[in-house]
Design a protein around this ligand. Structure first.
Ligand SMILES: [Zn+2]
Ligand SMILES: [Zn+2]
Length: 109
């Protein structure tokens, strides 16, 4: 199998079904419900185009597509976990709060 393309897969709006139906999960602007086409680009030339099965939300402001059934992207922010973690002041890596010595560099914490 050959997975490496010079170019890539893009999604383009074909038809706006309904505008302002929801809020963009990325920028908070209103999004449109659209029918879209998937476009395969090779060397920046569209070589193949086929309609996407399901309607999608499209934000015309940040150009992001999001799926109609609200499968939100995984949130990367977990402020509690970051705040709890202790950092070794020598090697600056995260260590468990109850460690006496840094497991990475062996320094006394
Ligand atoms: Zn947006
Ligand atoms: Zn360390």
């Amino acid at each position: 199998m050959f997975f490496f393309f010079v170019g890539g897969l893009q999604q383009e709006v074909r038809q706006v079904l309904k505008s302002g139906v929801s809020k963009c999960t990325y920028c908070g602007n209103s999004v449109d419900l659209v029918n879209s086409d998937k476009v395969l680009n090779l060397f920046f030339v569209p070589v193949w185009r086929w309609p996407a099965k399901d309607p999608l939300f499209h934000c015309s402001y940040c150009k992001n597509f999001s799926s109609y059934n609200y499968s939100l992207p995984p949130t990367s922010e977990s402020p509690a976990a970051v705040a709890e973690a202790l950092r070794c002041r020598f090697c600056d890596r995260e260590v468990e709060a109850d460690f006496r010595f840094c497991p990475f560099c062996g320094s006394d914490l």
